[in-house]
Design a protein around this ligand. Sequence first.
Ligand SMILES: Nc1nc2c(ncn2[C@@H]2O[C@H](COP(=O)(O)OP(=O)(O)OP(=O)(O)O)[C@@H](O)[C@H]2O)c(=O)[nH]1
Ligand SMILES: [Mg+2]
Length: 285
Amino acid sequence: MDDKININWYPGHMTKAVREMEQNIKLIDIVIEILDARIPFSSRNPIMDKLAMGKYRLMIMNKSDLADPSILKKWEKYYEEMGIKTISIDSRVTKNARNITPVVMDICKEKLERDKRRGLLKRPVKAMIVGIPNVGKSTFINSYAGRASAKTGNKPGVTKGVQWIRLGNDIDLLDTPGVLWPKFEDKQIGINLALIGSVNDNIISKYDLSILLIDYLENNYCGILSKRYNIEEVKDANEVLLEIADVRKCVLKGGEPDIEKAASILIDDLRNGSLGRISLETPQH
Ligand SMILES: Nc1nc2c(ncn2[C@@H]2O[C@H](COP(=O)(O)OP(=O)(O)OP(=O)(O)O)[C@@H](O)[C@H]2O)c(=O)[nH]1
Ligand SMILES: [Mg+2]
């Protein structure tokens, strides 16, 4: 089935965004990469390693309220063992977003001490917020700032250009547009990104995606679909989708089940947490 899905979405504005990020990188002390806590591997953009070379780094596993807590713990351990500092948060909450301040200060402490030794006035740490589309970069910034400074929305590609959010205290934040990389080396990465809404929904078949999701849920979260839709979890994913269409009264004009609509309902329920806390990938070791 996943042979049918070939996701490649690299619109022109992403090339422009990467160029803008490269132009600004010399001003930056720390690169804060926002990941989606449900796919902490697939949501890492490999181009960030090059961009952030020589800079302090922090990774935020955002939307942790939607991820499976036990699997998220494994990912925290996975990155910790790689020597990468992570914080898992629901960034819609201001308190959570601001909790990163002491962590950032600690990561940047050598620079802060160096500035102090040189007699430089206390300058705000300059942080670039990066990440793939729709992971919550602007939401994090707004929560942190305590005001709606950056536009947000539940679809990819909301932020169009880089924008400084000056907070007038310890940290200045640079919001950036979500960027992907030109080619997904592994198909599963593309599927995971599509499931969480980081690639444009118009370029994929929700039907194909939902069939893969149903198989995944039956193997990893058995019972979750019957609980949500009050249906029998039968073997064949297509039948499960038909049952969802039936329960949710998704019917086409001629009386046929509207299976595309059922697929949309299922994927939306995954994205907004109505199915429960679900992780789509687990560390390999
Ligand atoms: N449940 C949950 N939803 C979140 C969280 N953070 C952001 N969101 C939602 O995710 C959606 C995308 O948020 P944005 O802040 O616009 O994402 P972005 O990374 O700036 O997206 P682009 O600018 O398109 O790259 C919005 O609907 C937010 O409300 C979180 O921690 N938990
Ligand atoms: Mg944004």
